[in-house]
Write a new protein. Structure first.
Length: 338
């Protein structure tokens, strides 16, 4: 804590006393670790089906805010369809195809890559990173997993006559629009704001509000009589049809979208949102910030609600990296306990 913060109230999320166990890690039949957190499940009509832990204290949703950011961009007059819409809400692994999509958005308005304000990074995808290394390349802003969102933000600025410089500042017209969309979809005014890992503003809302907001995005249709919900419907279709864009090869979000047809979005520090095809929605936060159990916890909650087949979750589980290794053998697993 800095000297300036001493003696002042520091906003915070829910405590361990207000959390419940969501998952455990088993090694050789011994429960080695436990993941605590909170989660909420709501039905298609918005009724709370299940509540675990504290779902009313605000959290930073991190990249789970990206669908709202994308809707704000798309409803500002920027036409994004298919993979272009998907990359605007992605947390991608930096494959060549991802980078091409991000660069394509910038090219639409002749925006230089140097305008991107997300931090330089290497591709998270191992094959793509190896190519960069072999060719003598290094970190670039366009490789960063939020570059698609940032490219779309810059495109919105260019098309609306807003300044490119300072596009991440809270008082910038784009960020004010995004905040308005977050409040409109979630029905909650953020209690605090900060800076996300990519440099964009991040706003604290409850898991309940997050679930309701994501459900409104994921269940919208392109035929809605309201323009903003038409764009949300376009985005929802793009996510489900272009699951590879949202994360990358072998990544949990991509696997869940492609194999189960579930709208899924991971956020840093243990946040996860999912909406099944029937509209049932889950929002959860694992309090220690780990994401290793988030996908299986979310899927288990949807299966418990009868919104996806338990057998389908079981078939997908081996590909979610849940195995615990001892030498060359798998001797345990991460499993949901909800």
């Amino acid at each position: 804590m800095t000297a300036a913060m001493k003696g002042k109230h520091v906003p915070e999320t829910f405590t361990i006393a207000d959390a419940v166990e969501l998952a455990v890690v088993e090694r050789s039949g011994f429960v080695e670790s436990r993941h605590a957190g909170s989660a909420i499940v709501i039905s298609a009509d918005g009724a709370v089906l299940r509540s675990l832990g504290d779902v009313t204290t605000p959290i930073f949703p991190r990249s789970c805010l990206k669908p709202f950011q994308a809707v704000a961009i798309m409803s500002s007059g920027v036409t994004l369809r298919g993979e272009d819409a998907a990359i605007a809400t992605a947390s991608h692994t930096g494959t060549t195809r991802h980078v091409e999509l991000a660069r394509g958005l910038l090219a639409r308005a002749g925006i230089p890559e140097a305008a991107l304000a997300c931090p330089p990074a290497m591709p998270q995808d191992s094959e793509s990173r190896d190519v960069v290394v072999r060719t003598g390349g290094g970190k670039q802003r366009v490789y960063m997993n939020c570059s698609g969102k940032h490219a779309a933000m810059l495109l919105a600025c260019a098309q609306n006559g807003w300044p490119l410089d300072g596009y991440l500042e809270p008082e910038h017209p784009l960020q004010k629009r995004i905040l308005d969309v977050i409040e409109r979809f979630t029905g909650e005014r953020p209690s605090a704001s900060g800076v996300d890992g990519c440099g964009a503003p991040v706003h604290a809302i409850s898991l309940t509000a997050l679930a309701r907001g994501i459900q409104r995005v994921a269940t919208s249709t392109p035929s809605s009589p309201f323009a903003i919900f038409r764009e949300a419907g376009v985005l929802a279709e793009a996510v489900r049809e272009s699951g590879w864009v949202i994360a990358g090869p072998g990544e949990p979000d991509t696997l869940v979208i492609e194999r189960l047809g579930v709208f899924a979005k991971t956020g840093a520090e243990g946040v996860m949102v999912m909406t099944a095809q029937n509209g049932t929605t889950v929002a959860l936060k694992i309090l220690d910030g780990s994401l290793r159990a988030a996908t299986i916890v979310g899927l288990t909650l949807l299966a418990d609600a009868g919104s996806i087949e338990r057998s389908a979750v079981g078939a997908l589980a081996p590909d979610l990296g849940l195995g615990i290794h001892g030498g060359d053998a798998v001797i345990g697993r991460i499993r949901a306990t909800v």
